[in-house]
Design a protein around this ligand. Structure first.
Ligand code: PRP
Ligand code: MN
Ligand code: MG
Length: 181
């Protein structure tokens, strides 16, 4: 375990098993269709890669890079498009892939945007859901794990751009982000 991590919440193996389970569900859901999977960079990168390898149907992949946290532990509330999709959304079955829903601001912004662009359907799959953090009215169609109201990192999730490469989800020691011990 990395020295900055207080405890591991979800292990590498638990994540892999969940990706297999969710991938199977997605393959059933989109059987005979050609959905457009939208990975929300940067956090969703490992989850998207793992879940889609277990999704046994045709799927197109594209990426959106939006950011609302900067280097803070709390959302600024302002969503910035850093990189837009290259693909036309109109008439497509969209699957938005996220690492975590916290306040829900990122996703509610994206869902509104894709509705405006006339997506045929929009579904959300997220590895983690932190319901206590919610301020926007948004729910995912598929959730891997619920997490408590703690600052979690790893498997795509960062603090100040670090820890995304950890293979597990962990809780950061408070002293790392200037909290109490
Ligand atoms: C994080 C996370 C989600 C979003 C969730 O992304 O990856 O995309 O925040 O928070 P919300 O529900 O409160 O909007 P971030 O903006 O930190 O960008 P990143 O993925 O590049 O780390
Ligand atoms: Mn993100
Ligand atoms: Mg971040």
């Amino acid at each position: 375990m990395h020295n900055d991590i207080e405890k591991v919440l979800i292990t590498e193996e638990e994540i892999r098993n969940k990706c297999k389970e969710l991938g199977k569900q997605l393959a059933e859901e989109y059987d005979g269709k050609f959905p457009l999977a939208v990975g929300v960079l940067k956090g969703a990168m490992p989850f998207m890669s793992d879940i889609l390898r277990y999704t046994d149907c045709h799927v197109e992949m594209d990426f959106m890079d939006v950011s609302s946290y900067g280097n803070e532990t709390r959302s600024s509330g302002e969503v910035k498009i850093v990189k837009d999709l290259n693909t036309k959304v109109e008439g497509r079955d969209l699957l938005i892939i996220e690492d975590i829903i916290d306040s829900g601001l990122t996703l509610s912004y994206l869902v509104d945007l894709f509705k405006y662009r006339k997506a045929k359907s929009i579904k959300i799959v997220t590895l983690l859901d932190k319901p206590e953090g919610r301020t926007a009215n948004i729910t995912a169609d598929m959730v891997g794990f619920h997490v408590p109201n703690e600052f979690v990192v790893g498997y795509g999730l960062d603090y100040a751009e670090k820890y995304r490469n950890l293979p597990y989800i962990g809780v950061l020691k408070p002293k790392i982000y200037g909290g109490e011990e």
